[in-house]
Design a protein around this ligand. Structure first.
Ligand code: EPZ
Length: 434
């Protein structure tokens, strides 16, 4: 198991570059299923989940080329032949986002067999809303032996209203609707930038979509889609994580290759805490100390609210802020796995249901800690960057799922961090459970 060794105390200074958004790349790669022609995607992050998605597509008969060297952020996918429209459990159990192939497979092949994802570290994470939408569009769905089997001659346009806002549910059904017969109106959709990214790719492939990024999306189904060459958005959560890395170490850090417009809620909250934030270019944000860090509450919401994927990282920051910060997690039922590890480092945090009460500032001391999921891992890295001494973080494969070579990026701006074990490189990685 890879570990990180981090010695805290260095302010991060310099420029750190953000990779492409994992949560855009995953639906965009699945969208290639919708056409027989080649889809080329740029700015793909070199992370474990992308490797898992590559394996999933190849297992269904697709050809997926992931570049090497400078081209390592480009993938070309051809789903001309889809010999086996099945998402096998061995792959799905390691990445829930595999359910994103459900809609495209039914739309393209009229058949999908997708292993039920089961829960994960942060919650039950059902896909009942994906299923409900497909049934409304005329698919028949059976569940047996841990698999979902969905069939449809051709999906029909429908009027869908999501009971809850779901990001991949919106993406899955958007991909089902683009080849459906007739118009689909989807209400109470997710407005995340990753949905807008996917809609932009689908439009480049010939889809007819209006309203992506708002809560109502209207789709006119077309008979077929063609290939496209598309560059995906920068990763707003990686960018937000680096903003907090600069803030928690009281450094002077420029976060480059990002989109400040996707980080409005995070920027506003960091300014409330007392961090100095400047937009220094259309794709760059500078973070510097603005005096003492002051406590401030957050309540995670769907976009454009404060993102749940930034909750753990924010909690690490406010352990250093003066006063009491209430951290309310509204999206997932079990997203406080980082709390006990932060407490072991000296943080003062009490959890009551979905609210964590953080009292600061606490002097954090280095410790051996365990990563449990992607964003909890990021929280522990941030805490270790400011803790007194040398921390050992175990099971950093969780980090490799969504952060590209994070130790190299942090070291380049002054962090004392090194990996014990092998640097993650695609194709060798054995996907591991969340
Ligand atoms: C996406 O997950 C992201 N993953 C998550 O990022 C992110 O935390 C989440 O959206 C919320 O922003 C990808 O995009 C690959 P949801 P998703 O469906 O789509 C419930 C990361 O760290 N729900 O928006 O799976 C669900 O249980 C990951 O990069 C249903 O009840 O999340 C949750 O409580 C973690 N039924 C809420 O909705 C459904 O059919 C929101 O989940 C679907 C969802």
């Amino acid at each position: 198991m890879d570990k990180f060794v981090i010695r805290g105390g260095n302010p991060l200074v310099g420029t750190i570059r953000v990779s492409g958004a994992k949560n855009s790349a995953l639906p965009c790669m699945a969208a290639a299923i919708l056409t027989e022609e080649e889809v080329t995607l740029e700015n793909i992050p070199q992370v474990r989940d992308i490797e898992t998605e590559r394996k999933l597509l190849v297992s269904m008969g697709a050809e997926v080329e992931l570049g090497d060297g400078d081209a390592r952020h480009r993938t070309t996918i051809s789903c001309r032949t889809l010999s086996d429209p099945v998402a096998k459990y061995e792959i799905v159990k390691t990445m829930r986002a595999s359910s994103l192939v459900l809609g495209p497979l039914v739309a393209r092949a009229g058949l999908a067999r997708v292993a039920m994802p089961g829960g994960c570290a942060i919650g039950g994470r059902p896909i009942d809303l994906h299923i409900k939408g497909l049934e409304k569009m005329g698919a028949t769905i059976e569940q047996a032996h841990g698999y979902l089997e969905a069939r449809a001659e051709r999906l029909k346009g429908a009027h869908l209203v999501f009971d809850k806002i779901t990001v991949t549910g919106t993406e899955d059904l958007l991909m089902a609707a683009v080849l459906a017969d007739g118009e689909t109106v989807m209400e109470n959709c997710a407005r995340e930038p990753e949905v807008t990214d996917l809609a932009a790719l689908l439009t480049a492939m010939g889809a007819k979509i209006e309203g992506a990024g708002t809560s109502t999306i209207r789709v006119q189904g077309v008979a077929r889609l063609h290939g496209a060459h598309y560059r995906i958005n920068p990763d707003r959560i990686e960018a937000g994580t680096f903003l907090i890395a600069g803030a928690i170490t009281a450094g002077d850090l420029v976060v480059a290759n990002c989109n400040p417009n996707h980080l409005r809620a995070v920027i506003a909250k960091l300014e409330e805490v007392g961090v100095k934030i400047d937009i220094v270019a259309p794709d760059a944000i500078r973070v510097r100390p603005g005096g003492r860090l002051m406590a401030a509450d957050i309540s995670t919401e769907e976009y454009p609210g404060f993102p749940t994927d930034m909750q753990a990282q924010y909690m690490a920051l406010v352990t250093q802020a003066e006063g009491v910060s209430l951290v309310k997690e509204n999206i997932f039922e079990n997203r406080f796995m980082h709390v006990q590890e932060l407490v072991r480092m000296g943080a003062n945090i009490k959890v009551d249901g979905r609210t964590a009460t953080v009292r600061g500032p606490s002097k954090l001391s280095a410790a051996a800690v365990m990563c449990s999921d992607l964003r909890a891992s990021a929280s522990l890295v941030l805490a270790a960057l400011v803790a007194d001494g040398e921390s050992i973080l175990d099971r950093v494969y969780h980090m490799d799922r969504g952060y590209e070579r994070i130790e190299e990026k942090l070291r380049s701006v002054g962090a004392e961090i090194k990996r014990m074990g092998n640097v993650f490189a695609p194709r060798e990685a054995e996907a591991v459970a969340d």
